[in-house]
Design a protein around this ligand. Structure first.
Ligand code: BMP
Length: 227
């Protein structure tokens, strides 16, 4: 199972009800759910806690894309850990000393998986991230993060990330569906999970679409791995 569903409530809805409704509809299907600022800004940490409390997936991800000094990132991580999250996402570009080294230590103490953004899925990411990509990957190795975010929209980037990192880091790839990547392409390039938001959450029948995505992932992986 390689599907993570991104729950980003639209501005016009009750974010808590919207998320819980989707979680219930998708019960048992995805490997994880990812929530972030669209929910927290709207509904606060209590809202996050309420939403997280109904998730029974292996991965419960807070995507706040932390990018600050270690002290502040750690404060925020303690709050979301207390709300029931088991994985947090931070930006790799903030570096190690005084930032990710401290966050990594706090995550270990709390039993939280740390995922670092090393390349993003939108076209404009190329301008800066391409130049610093290998530096960012070296930071991932240095602090021994649990995983990285790499773009499903750029399978070549996923492939070179996998080649650099080797098999022991998880690769989470957003950009499937609404941003144009096809289900399974990032998995074939070396990702462990594909993150899918609007394609599923805005569908009339989210469960049906989620099952179709998983079927397409499996078909694509069978074709590319020849098994
Ligand atoms: P969607 O499938 O609706 O495009 O959603 C993608 C999700 O993945 C969003 O929650 C977004 O914040 C996240 N994401 C992304 O799209 N690109 C990145 O490079 C990193 C992300 O976390």
């Amino acid at each position: 199972m390689s599907l993570i569903v991104a729950l980003d409530p639209p501005e016009s809805v009750d974010g808590i009800k919207w998320c819980i409704n989707l979680i219930n509809k998708l019960d048992g299907v995805p490997k994880g759910f990812k929530v972030g600022l669209p929910l927290v800004v709207k509904e606060g940490i209590k809202g996050l806690k309420e939403v997280v409390s109904v998730m029974n997936t292996e991965l419960v991800i807070a995507d706040l894309k932390l990018a600050d000094i270690g002290y502040v990132m750690s404060l925020i991580t303690k709050v979301v850990a207390d709300a029931g999250v088991n994985t947090v996402i931070a930006h790799a570009f903030v570096g190690t000393e005084g930032a990710l080294s401290e966050l990594s230590r706090v995550c270990s103490e709390l039993g939280i998986k740390l995922v670092l953004v090393t390349f993003m899925s939108h076209p404009g990411a190329v301008r800066v991230m391409k130049r610093v990509f290998s530096d960012l990957l070296s930071i991932v190795k240095e602090i021994n993060a649990w995983g990285v975010v790499l773009p499903a929209t750029m399978p070549d980037v996923v492939k070179s990330g996998r080649e650099y990192l080797g098999p022991s880091f998880k690769i989470l790839a957003p950009g499937v569906g609404a941003q144009g990547a096809a289900p399974g392409d990032a998995l074939c390039a070396g990702a462990d999970y594909e993150i899918v938001g609007r394609l599923i959450t805005r569908a009339e029948n989210p469960l049906k679409v989620a099952l179709e995505v998983i079927k397409k992932q499996e078909e694509r992986v069978r074709a590319c791995r020849g098994s």
